[in-house]
Design a protein around this ligand. Structure first.
Ligand SMILES: *Cc1c(COP(=O)(O)O)cnc(C)c1O
Length: 404
């Protein structure tokens, strides 16, 4: 009997060692990692530069608290500002905390402008975390059920529907911000169009709202640029980050610019662990390795090659709804729940995940090579075919599309 609280349906395998895109279990079986710990292991496993940076920092000092100067935070924030175009970073320990900071910034921004009940526009199918405020912002009843009363002050609209947000602008004087994932991850790799992002930017400017882009999953190089909004040629006011930021170390950040800058004053927010020397060493090593090893280009090239090959090889198969994504963020939507494919993949030496019940999700480390990407496709396609062959025959075949 385990004394770990049973909050996860865990696969019966324990990975005990990794190198690059490979993982080994306790029995020495080898797996190709196309999940990266849910978009976390940016540099794959045991990257020598990260390992060295962590060992050196661990030998020097692990933690000093935020009561003292923190040159490692200054160095990490300087890099984040330069790659993002935003101005300042607040360091925390996870994605939900980065979003909590964003929500607090939005509320404070509202109060500073005399809006006493500030509201934030959020999306259907969104995922922002499991704390009370972030699960309230999340658009999934499964995440919320049992935890009512929810935090108020969120107005929900369909993801990708600019008109719905425009309608709110006309009717709700309390709105202060829009919080949206440029690509919904947990929601099933749903890519908001670049026109949509540009439309939201313009709408936020017209109404003096904050545009808050949750790039916790899709950001930090995964789509071939540092951030998805850079594909749209815009800048957000608030940018919550985490997952891939420390390539496996628990670290998050909430970046601000424009009208969100200067909203938090001393004493408005804090974190005991936030931005400690060890996690900041991980951030610096991760960002430097992405730049020095050309991982933005690699993510785009290899990710698009994987998506293209999957779309080609699954084209026309009844039961395949769509192959979609950008770079190293890939979803294969089937017409029925396909959770068992996770276990079947493990048996075939491949680590993937299923989200939103029907979407096989690939989030490979950014260091994956083209040959390794082809191996992902070779291992996954037969499993999808086998799964669909078991399933009840579909009424009419639907084409697979390599949508962006
Ligand atoms: C994972 C995720 C979060 C929550 O991050 P945690 O580190 O689990 O708190 C928030 N937003 C998005 C888009 C995510 O994918």
């Amino acid at each position: 009997m385990s004394h770990v609280m049973d909050t996860y349906a865990r696969q019966p395998v324990a990975f005990v060692r990794g190198e690059g895109v490979w993982l080994w279990d306790e029995d020495g079986n080898k797996y190709l990692d196309a999940l990266a710990g849910i978009a976390v292991n940016t540099l794959g496993h045991a990257h020598p530069k990260l390992t060295r940076a962590l060992a050196e920092q661990a030998a020097r000092v692990l933690h000093t608290s935020n009561l003292f100067r923190a040159p490692w935070q200054e160095a990490a924030a300087e890099r984040l500002a330069s790659i993002s175009g935003l101005d300042e970073a607040f360091f925390c320990n996870s994605g939900c905390e980065a979003n909590e900071a964003a929500i607090k910034v939005a509320r404070k921004y509202g109060h500073d402008r005399g809006i006493n009940e500030p509201a934030i526009v959020v999306m259907e199918n969104a995922f922002h975390g499991r704390t009370l405020a972030t699960l309230s912002a999340t658009g999934s009843r499964k995440v919320q059920a049992g935890f009512e009363p929810l935090v108020t002050g969120f107005v929900r609209v369909p993801h990708g529907d600019l008109e719905a947000v425009e309608k709110i602008a006309a009717n709700n004087r309390n709105v202060v911000a829009v919080l949206v994932e440029p690509i919904q991850g947990e929601g099933g790799i749903q890519v908001a169009g670049m026109d949509y992002l540009r439309g939201l930017r313009a709408l936020c400017d017209r109404n003096e709202w904050l545009l808050m882009l949750d790039e916790v999953q899709c950001g930090l190089g995964r789509t071939g640029k540092w951030f998805v909004y850079q594909h749209a040629g815009i800048l957000p006011d608030v940018l919550p980050l985490a997952k891939g930021l420390g390539s496996g170390l628990p670290v998050g950040a909430c970046l601000v610019a424009g009208r969100a800058k200067g909203v938090f004053k001393r004493g408005n927010h804090g974190s005991t662990f936030g931005g400690n020397p060890l996690v900041c060493a991980a951030v610096i090593a991760t960002l430097d390795a992405i730049r020095d090893e050309g991982l933005l280009d690699n993510a785009l090239r290899v990710g698009d090659a994987i998506r293209g090959a999957l779309a080609t090889q699954l084209a026309g198969l009844p039961g395949v709804v769509e192959v979609r994504g950008m770079g190293m963020m890939i979803g294969v939507e089937l017409s029925q729940p396909c959770g068992e494919i996770v276990k079947a993949s493990l048996d075939a030496g491949l680590v993937v995940n299923v989200t939103a019940e029907t979407v096989i999700r690939l989030l490979p480390p950014l260091v994956m090579s083209e040959a390794e990407g082809q191996l992902v496709v070779e291992r996954l396609v037969p499993l999808v075919r086998a799964r669909l062959a078991q399933a009840a025959p579909q009424a009419s075949p639907q084409p697979a599309a390599a949508g962006r």
